[in-house]
Design a protein around this ligand. Structure first.
Ligand SMILES: Cc1cc2nc3c(=O)[nH]c(=O)nc-3n(C[C@H](O)[C@H](O)[C@H](O)COP(=O)(O)OP(=O)(O)OC[C@H]3O[C@@H](n4cnc5c(N)ncnc54)[C@H](O)[C@@H]3O)c2cc1C
Ligand code: SF4
Length: 340
């Protein structure tokens, strides 16, 4: 690890100003991803601005009935918050499906959005990687790519976004509030993360120096009919091969509203609004779910070692939608099956 200086910010404007005053600097939340990247020499900031003491850890009701999740609230405090548990159990379940209790106690909401891909070549300095070193090439294309993307890829990068929390957020559609040298602004969650295109080094649409301040959830939480299904190589401590966040509103057996987002399949949490529209007004049946899964995956492209993900995703979508329609994943199931 390279030497670096460190500042513990106590106010948002202090953090933004201090970061802007150091050219090669980074914010640090819980450090569970950044420190690893620094140890591997993938990232080499010479100055860190700690956001852990900023007054951004609250989880509080919004006047429009929504819920504000502070950027520095830990993943654990967010998952176990009473309002999150009762009103946004999809989010609770997705967070608890990620990492481990120890990591969730350190990881912050802002840091979770910003965590970087788990592409093995990105971490391996001996191999070309356009995300780590723009223009050097992509070792995963034509290489070993079992964990890589099947949707929205480019010739420059086929990496996936690794977060579980962000898949549920994609379905719940919050607003990301940020503060930076140019002032404050809000970004719709679906516009926050990027597809790789020819700039895979850019994971998101933040401007230089912008700090995530909060995630503002809308009032609608789909608390009755939801499912977060995570398929992985082993039952803990593993990132998703494919995950699905499904949320439905039903009138009898008719779907009146729907959200569908996937993880492990693209450079960003993959929400498919066309597929959601196909669900609306339809009966909640196996035929409807199979048709929608086919639609989501109509442009899916395997890269060799990850071809299996297309069929895996197809089955996962159908299963998650069925679980959501049945209401078979209730909030209390989630709590019983989770390790606080
Ligand atoms: C062994 C292991 C297993 C894991 N398994 C999973 C898993 O199964 N599912 C999953 O979803 N995640 C998993 N994770 C990842 C974990 O969830 C992330 O590391 C964590 O959420 C990052 O949060 P942090 O606060 O520690 O971020 P940090 O490491 O502090 O920072 C990460 C990035 O975010 C930036 N940043 C931090 N806060 C802000 C802010 N407020 N505004 C702007 N930028 C900011 C930093 O500059 C840095 O670039 C795992 C991690 C480990 C180490
Ligand atoms: S998939 Fe992306 S992150 Fe992985 S080697 Fe290729 S360019 Fe790098």
């Amino acid at each position: 690890m390279n030497p670096f200086t460190y500042h513990r910010a106590t106010a948002v404007d202090d953090a933004v100003r201090d970061k802007a005053g150091h050219s090669n600097s980074a914010y640090i939340g819980g450090g569970t991803n950044l420190i690893d990247l620094m140890k591997e020499n993938v990232e080499r900031p010479t100055h860190l601005v700690s956001v852990g003491k900023l007054p951004l850890a609250a989880i509080e009701a919004l006047p429009d009935g929504g819920l504000r999740l502070g950027a520095t609230a830990t993943n654990a405090d967010t998952a176990w918050n009473e309002d999150v548990k009762s009103r946004y159990p999809l989010l609770n379940q997705a967070i608890l499906a990620g990492a481990s209790p120890q990591l969730r106690n350190m990881a912050t909401n802002g840091g979770n959005l910003m965590q970087r891909t788990r592409c093995y070549y990105f971490y391996d300095l001996a191999t070309p990687c356009n995300k780590r070193e723009p223009g050097s090439g992509c070792s995963a294309i034509g290489g070993y790519n079992r964990i890589h993307a099947i949707l929205g890829t480019s010739e420059a990068c086929i990496a996936t976004h690794p977060s579980d929390m962000c898949v549920a957020l994609a379905a719940l559609a919050p607003t990301v509030r940020v503060s930076g040298p140019g002032g404050e602004r809000s970004i719709a969650f679906e516009d926050f993360h990027r597809l790789p295109g020819d700039r895979p080094e850019k994971d998101n649409t933040l401007e230089p120096g912008e700090l995530i301040v909060s995630l503002d959830l809308p009032a609608k939480g789909f608390e009755k009919n939801f499912s977060y299904l995570k398929l992985r190589d082993r039952s803990s401590y593993a990132f998703a091969l494919v995950s699905v966040a499904a949320a439905l509103e039903l009138d009898g057996n008719t779907i009146t509203d729907a959200r569908l987002a996937l993880g492990g399949v693209a450079h960003k949490p993959w929400r498919d609004q066309e597929a959601e529209n196909l669900l609306k007004g339809q009966p909640a049946t196996a035929e409807t779910f199979a048709r929608v899964a086919a639609k989501v995956l109509e442009n899916a492209q395997g890269q060799g070692s990850n071809d299996f993900k297309i069929e895996l995703a197809r089955r996962a979508i159908v299963r998650a939608l069925r679980q959501a329609a049945e209401g078979s994943q209730t909030a209390s199931d989630v709590f019983l099956n989770s390790n606080p």
